[in-house]
Design a protein around this ligand. Sequence first.
Ligand code: 5GP
Ligand code: MN
Length: 314
Amino acid sequence: MKIDEIVSNIKTAAITGHIKPDGDCVGSVLALYNYLERNYPELSVDLYLEEPSGKYGFLKNFDRIDSSYGKECVYDVLFCLDCSTKERLGAARKYFDTAKHTVCLDHHVSNEGYAGENYIYGELSSACEVLYNHLDPKKLDLDIATCLYAGIVSDTGVFRYSCTSPATMRIAADLMEYGIRTNEVVDETFFTKDWNENRILGYAVLNSHLLFDGRVIYSYITDEKMKEFQVTSRELDGIVSQLRLTRGVICAVFLYETGPWEYKVSLRSDDPFDVNEVAAVFGGGGHVRAAGCNVRGELADCIEAITAQIGSRL
Ligand code: 5GP
Ligand code: MN
């Protein structure tokens, strides 16, 4: 019930998450926003996040997300959810630097505790699970439960990944009691793709390569291909997970171009291979099974550098 204590004596709060927000990030910030709106109507709360995928548009108060960061305000408290470093706050960094108090709730093993008050549980499935543990269960409703459930579904790959624990399932069960239309949430946030999103997934799989006797797979999408398929980086989300599902593969690598000679890298692995370690070599981080980083250089050199790091750890 920590959140209730933190907001008991303040007038203004803001909530934010990491750049390129995923389902857990969007779910957790909206769950907290809706929790505060429902239980602390006198509190002024703002919500900042880079523009999320429209597939989360059904979550309550999705339209309150401010992606312009235009407001200048010194907040009593800034909540940072699912965000492992200050740098990954992106444009919300200015609110972090000026806020009177900062609170971080996260589940990234690489998070070193950059906020004033830190609740970091690397063993938990999602920021939504961490947040749930800090809310008063008597103060939830269907909308809050739906946001939390959507986030847990997203970061557990619909309860498949090894971060899914018995406690995760108990929380999901408690949330279901509010009457969530779970099949719709799962389909809408996880499985349903736009046609172009599905096509570029197919393209990336078709053009993937195996290395190290089929234990490593990689693929990439150039800026040109993203234009051809009319997608943005938001539509590339599921590609690396699909690559990982190749039989025999223990580590999947996916890169996409973010600028001239600049690539975003996503890494996924099977037990016991640690991709957080690999991402850290390139200044990134994340989790043991899912991590990411940014690299610069010619595409072939970037692929060579990353796969060499992976190869040396096999
Ligand atoms: P994704 O591959 O889906 O972008 O990210 C996988 C995980 O790694 C997420 O938990 C994400 O927060 C983390 N991650 C991705 N890119 C970076 C990065 O550049 N730096 C750090 N510290 N974490 C990252
Ligand atoms: Mn997360």
